[in-house]
Design a protein around this ligand. Structure first.
Ligand code: FPP
Length: 266
């Protein structure tokens, strides 16, 4: 069954190479903006500008693929260490993206979420995000999650702090702590785990991104720089993912039994 109607911009599974709606959550480490620009004799910020242009393309493609969640690593906690002018250009680009795309996201019924320390972003940006998150909170099918000022280790620290406070307040019992409880303290508490994590630009690293949530994710690495990673490449990655067998630590035979992999994860 196709996940989308013609009116909402559907694509057939023959066109895509996989069944729309068959993949729930894809996360992307959008790497290589700087090298893309350098290879063309352009300033780094031009790479980021083209990176943002590509975000729009891939968000549209994710909607066509009927992905429930697309999570984009847009700014890491480590990125603050970049030159001040580059950080400020990235914040400016993010702000213009949100301004320019606000109506489009609503038109496409996409809910915006942020994972990361939103409160440490420039006030203008965090306010705009907050507003857009509220304005799109009622959409429940398609979700764009921006990892901003995000790092897995920071997420663990924030979760531990929040959990300790809940214990102190008598709301949690450490004796009863299990993974299902722990995930309620992560930034991703409302999100399913990513099925597929893509990294562009030829680097084979995970760079502090969704380390816990990606425990059973499949990875796809491509040499293409982010600004040149087209919808066709995205669909090809999804088609390749659809051919993989995921075992969640079990054997193929066990997987055929009624015991679900999700019970292992919880
Ligand atoms: C990596 O390229 C990319 C980033 C640090 C930021 C990614 C940000 C964007 C695509 C734009 C903002 C996002 C949104 C959602 C509007 P790099 O600079 O590390 O490239 P390099 O490794 O080739 O130097």
């Amino acid at each position: 069954m196709l996940g989308m109607t013609k009116e909402s911009g559907s694509a057939s599974d023959e066109e895509l190479g996989f069944e729309p709606g068959s993949v729930r959550h894809v996360a992307i480490i959008m790497d290589g903006n700087g090298r893309w620009a350098r290879a063309r004799g352009l300033p780094r910020n031009e790479g980021h500008r083209n990176g943002v242009r590509n975000v729009q393309e891939i968000v549209k493609a994710a909607r066509q693929a009927d992905l429930r969640h697309l999570t984009l690593f847009a700014f890491s906690v480590e990125n603050w260490h970049r030159p001040k002018a580059e950080v400020s250009a990235l914040m400016h680009l993010l702000d213009s993206y949100l301004t320019a795309q606000a109506d489009e996201l609503k038109r496409q019924e996409i809910r915006l979420r942020v994972i990361g320390r939103l409160e440490e972003l420039p006030r203008r940006v965090s306010r705009r995000i907050q507003r857009l998150m509220e304005e799109t909170a009622h959409f429940d099918r398609w979700n764009l999650n921006l990892a901003l000022n995000y790092g897995s280790r920071t997420e663990v620290v924030d979760a531990m702090r929040a959990y300790a406070q809940a214990v102190q307040a008598g709301l949690e019992d450490p004796e009863a702590l299990d993974w299902a409880t722990a995930v309620r303290f992560l930034y991703t508490r409302d999100l399913p785990d990513p099925d597929l994590i893509i990294r562009t630009s030829g680097e084979h690293r995970v760079s502090n991104f969704l380390l816990l949530q990606g425990a059973y994710a499949e990875y796809h690495f491509t040499d293409k720089f982010w600004p040149e990673f087209e919808p066709a490449d995205f669909f090809a990655a999804l088609a390749e993912f659809a051919r993989r067998e995921r075992r969640f630590g079990q054997t193929s035979e066990q997987l055929k039994s009624p015991r679900s992999p999700s019970s292992l994860r919880a």
